[in-house]
Design a protein. Structure first.
Length: 176
């Protein structure tokens, strides 16, 4: 003989099965809708990865090319940014794989720069591009429902904004 609680559970079983079936159907529908968004998100993250890899090369190259009386300040400034950009690239590559994608391995091109000022201006332009990219990624992460990517995008916006502000301060009183 079944207890009262067991009888209620047995009576509720068909309703529970219908709810589970409805939930699974909803998940499948959301997954099909989300596949396009996911593909777009992976492509965008790969573009960000290319940007971060390009930034590592840019900072490394510019540190080597810094010259003149400001070299002692500029070379460490450029090399000091490499670790942040590398960490961003590592996160992006991992996220791309977690989403089922393949991380790309081609960096964005590094603009040629032949003076310290031109290097700083190129760095500033790249940081502003990264801020725009991660702001777009933030919206994509929210639309996709990926909280971790949303938070990481906010953190990367903050990092890139900090890099841009440092570069702007250096350029502000740069001798012509």
């Amino acid at each position: 003989m079944l207890g009262a609680a067991q009888e209620r559970a047995r009576a509720a079983l068909p309703t529970a099965r219908r709810r589970i079936a409805a939930a699974l159907t909803g998940r499948k529908e959301r997954a099909m809708i989300g596949d396009g968004r996911k593909t777009d998100l992976i492509a965008s993250l790969n573009d960000d990865l290319a940007g971060e890899m390009g930034a590592v090369i840019q900072y490394l190259t510019y540190a080597a090319k810094a010259s003149g009386p400001f070299r002692p300040e500029l070379a460490p400034y450029f090399t000091g940014e490499i670790a942040d950009e590398t960490a961003h690239a590592q996160y992006l590559a991992g996220k791309i794989v977690a989403l089922g994608g393949e991380p790309m391995t081609t960096p964005r091109p590094v603009p040629p720069a032949h003076t310290n000022r031109a290097m700083l201006e190129a760095v500033l332009a790249a940081e502003h591009q990264a801020i725009r990219d991660y702001t777009t990624r933030l919206a994509q992460a929210e639309a996709y429902g990926d909280v971790v990517l949303r938070v990481q995008s906010e953190n990367q916006i903050a990092d890139e904004t900090g890099h841009a502000e440092k570069t702007e301060r250096i350029l502000r009183d740069w001798p012509v």
